[in-house]
Design a protein around this ligand. Structure first.
Ligand code: ZN
Length: 261
């Protein structure tokens, strides 16, 4: 246990050093006059493979860890959420705290309904849906695609990363009138200032999950994690749940993991 804690502390120190190096490389490239198209890849906004140094491990990207034991995570204060015990990356929680305070002073209440969900948790959601009686006779491909209207395959959820959260209500309609509309209008106007972005928008060309007005992502970290995901993982990395074999034919990483605004 002690050795694990030490290893995680070392990993954290290395990650901070790498993030500084990442920022310096980007700065250097920009002063050299490289256009962004030379250093970015589609969907990820990442440095090209040759220059890309992953900051996160496959286990972190796939949700194979316990956020309550991860040194870079903090527990969400109980009056910020209606859940018993949920976690976010500490940097994300700090940013959310600043956003929450600003919203509060404008009379807008931001309640966290869901935050980090690890692989085991997501598999529970997935398997419950997989067993729905109405799917009797459906192919694995059709079942998976239907579930993925709103829910992710285990291993592909941004909720694994500790950067994403669901706010207030899980129905788009709630955000269209009354208090919900006030909340949504405030977020659309101010969330970007705190690093948060609605990734599952109604932009027509976007692929993957449907519109989710409740799902907000802390982009300064999530962009780095998506870049790492694209470099480190493929559909072969997904397994351990019903229907994993159709991940490749559904092009789940390109169309869903990268299907963001
Ligand atoms: Zn969500």
């Amino acid at each position: 246990m002690l050795r694990l804690a030490l290893r995680m502390r070392l990993a954290l120190r290395m990650r901070l050093a790498l993030r500084v190096r990442f920022a310096l490389t980007a700065l250097l490239l920009s002063t050299l006059g490289c256009s962004s198209s030379q250093v970015e890849v589609a969907g990820g906004g990442a440095l090209a493979d040759s220059a890309h140094v992953p900051l996160y491990s496959p286990a972190e990207l796939l949700g194979h860890y316990d956020p309550s034991e991860h040194p870079e995570f903090s527990r969400v204060p109980s009056d910020w959420t209606d859940k018993e015990e949920i976690y976010l990356r500490s940097e994300v929680l700090d940013a959310f705290g600043r956003m929450r305070a600003a919203a509060d002073s404008a009379g807008v209440a931001l309640l966290i309904r869901s935050a980090t969900r690890n692989f085991t948790y997501q598999r529970g959601i997935w398997e419950r849906k997989w067993e729905r009686p109405r799917y009797m006779g459906w192919s694995a491909f059709e079942k998976a695609r239907d579930i993925m209207t709103y829910s992710s395959m285990p291993g592909t959820s941004r909720h694994h990363w500790g950067t994403d959260l669901d706010l207030c209500a899980f129905e788009n309609e709630w955000f269209e009138t009354g208090e919900g509309l006030l909340v949504y209008a405030w977020l659309v106007e101010h969330a970007a200032r705190f690093g948060f972005h609605q990734v599952y928008s109604d932009r027509a060309e976007r692929t993957g999950y449907h519109l989710e007005r409740w799902h907000w992502s802390y982009m300064p970290l999530a962009q780095l994690m998506l870049a790492d995901y694209n470099v480190l993982l493929s559909s072969d990395s997904l397994g351990g749940f019903s229907g994993a074999s159709v991940a490749d034919s559904l092009d789940v990483i390109q169309l869903y993991v990268n299907g963001i605004d």
